[in-house]
Design a protein around this ligand. Sequence first.
Ligand SMILES: C[S@@+](CC[C@H](N)C(=O)[O-])C[C@H]1O[C@@H](n2cnc3c(N)ncnc32)[C@H](O)[C@@H]1O
Length: 209
Amino acid sequence: MSAPWLPSPRPLGRPIPHGLVATQPSLVAAMTAGLGLTGGEHVLEIGTGYCYQTALLAQLAADVISVEIYPDIATAARRNLVRQGIANVQVITGDGTEGYPQSAPYDAVLVSAAHPDVPPPLIAQMREGGRLIQPIGPGGNEQVIAFERVRERLRQIRVLTAASVVRLRGRHGSPIRSGHPGLTDAATATRLHLESWCRRRRMPARTVQ
Ligand SMILES: C[S@@+](CC[C@H](N)C(=O)[O-])C[C@H]1O[C@@H](n2cnc3c(N)ncnc32)[C@H](O)[C@@H]1O
């Protein structure tokens, strides 16, 4: 498929392994701004990738715990952070849908992969009044939503933007499949993104396979 006029989710620099795509910069900016950080926050990020967004969060908050499910990606992210001299981030290898209770509570939580629901452990690990941003949807066609924790529940504050994001995997996400689950994800995300882009402009999306 070749469609240079499309705002596609292109990888930043080198592609992420497992067929995953880096978040497009405009979406990184919208999600980061949506947290409303003021400099003193303790932040939990789920889905480190190559840590582009992590590095921004580290500049805007006191410290960041970032959880990545793929060990090789987490290793590359740690290396990138050292190379940039960023010392207030801890990259954890694991299933981010479980959060990271050892360092809870968090003032702000950013989930960079999509799922129809917010994983319950993330809500439990937020402090009262804390903010959480997550793309809500099946993976490939979502609404990025800002929430606030109020009395042990999440209250929706607003929809930040529409987006096309890979699936959140794990115990409280989509099943982790054998083979190359991320490759299927990225291809599906791109197709759904194109379809929704065409739909918004009332254009036929017949070229999409
Ligand atoms: C869109 S990419 C993240 C991009 C990154 N934030 C950036 O700035 O480019 C989504 C990431 O979420 C990770 N991921 C998916 N499910 C996860 C889970 N349960 N726990 C931790 N990471 C997960 C993927 O491996 C991938 O690296």
